[in-house]
Design a protein around this ligand. Structure first.
Ligand code: FES
Length: 69
């Protein structure tokens, strides 16, 4: 499933980036491009990241969203 339409990045690519050590949105963006353009997919990218880590961390989402603004 495509999560980031600007970069054409799938949830599988985001999950792979997390498994390879990307822990923040900028790290995921560097690894696979997701979230690096308009920012409209940031919440969805975070959901995939949290799912891959096995736990939803809403405080991290708030921090990342604040940084993205
Ligand atoms: S949809 Fe992901 S950066 Fe635009």
């Amino acid at each position: 499933m495509i999560v980031c339409h600007c970069r054409g990045t799938s949830d599988r690519e985001i999950r792979r980036a997390v498994r390879n050590g990307a822990a923040t949105l900028p790290e995921v963006a560097r690894a696979c491009g997701a979230g690096s353009a308009c920012g409209g997919c940031v919440e969805a990218v975070h959901e995939v990241m949290a799912s891959e880590r096995g736990a939803f961390e809403p405080h991290r989402l708030d921090i990342e969203l604040a940084r993205a603004r």
